[in-house]
Design a protein around this ligand. Structure first.
Ligand SMILES: N[C@@H](CCC(=O)N[C@@H](CS)C(=O)NCC(=O)O)C(=O)O
Length: 211
């Protein structure tokens, strides 16, 4: 732990209040039923403590005593190992590798579109909406193939996908009728144990009464 940085005895998540990546970690924590302190962060003006413990000053950042973790995949997998119930990773190596690759694609392709729309600079917003819609439609067969994303049980991949689906109305991204499988998938996840707990009050307002 860096000198001058306070020791946090309680599991602590530095999180923005409307960030699709932070929501992913809040969803993992909620699915596991883990209690934690949330430190709200404005990503454009990160607090001094976060600047000292995370070289990228990014959220989500997880602190547990002298352990500091950042990067949503690192944090998610740590939490899944630290709190094994319910397990959020499949057991066989092939499924695990597929899930990690899909999550990487989400981070590289889907999340930047969400962030570009939220940043609100036209004409990037229109291009990002179009691209996000295309990415979702390309993934339609995966949404149709199983109850959860690439898996028969809820997994860390769903914790990354569901926050994006939750935001679609707010992002102004509408899907055609034949994408009903995506809305159905969302509805299943939004009803899942813990989803409501994963939301900040700001995020809850995106789909009033649905979680
Ligand atoms: N690669 C990071 C990306 C997370 C991310 O994009 N966080 C944004 C907030 S939504 C952020 O902290 N931006 C400020 C920064 O990176 O300096 C992760 O996986 O945690």
């Amino acid at each position: 732990m860096v000198a001058g940085v306070r020791m946090r005895n309680t599991l602590t998540l530095f999180s923005a209040l409307d960030c699709v990546v932070c929501h992913r970690i809040r969803m993992v924590l909620a699915a596991k039923g883990v209690t934690y302190d949330l430190v709200p962060v404005d990503p454009l003006d990160p607090p001094e403590e976060l600047r000292q413990i995370n070289p990228y000053h990014s959220v989500p950042t997880l602190v547990e005593r002298d352990l500091v973790l950042y990067s949503a995949s690192v944090v998610s997998e740590y939490l899944d190992e630290r709190y094994p119930h319910p397990p959020l990773m499949p057991v066989d190596p092939l499924s695990r590798a597929r899930l990690r690759l899909a999550t990487l694609r989400l981070e590289h392709d889907w999340v930047p579109q969400v962030q570009a729309i939220q940043a609100g600079n036209r004409p990037q917003v229109d291009a990002a909406r179009k691209r996000l819609r295309e990415l979702l439609m390309d993934a339609l067969p995966a949404f149709k193939a199983s109850k959860f994303f690439l898996n028969t049980e809820m997994s860390l991949a769903d914790c990354a996908v569901a926050p994006i689906i939750w935001r679609l109305p707010k992002l102004g991204v509408s899907l055609p009728k034949d994408a009903k499988a995506i809305e159905d998938y969302g509805a299943r996840l939004f009803r899942s144990s813990g989803f409501a707990r994963s939301l900040t009050s700001e995020e809850r307002g995106y789909r009033e009464g649905m979680a």
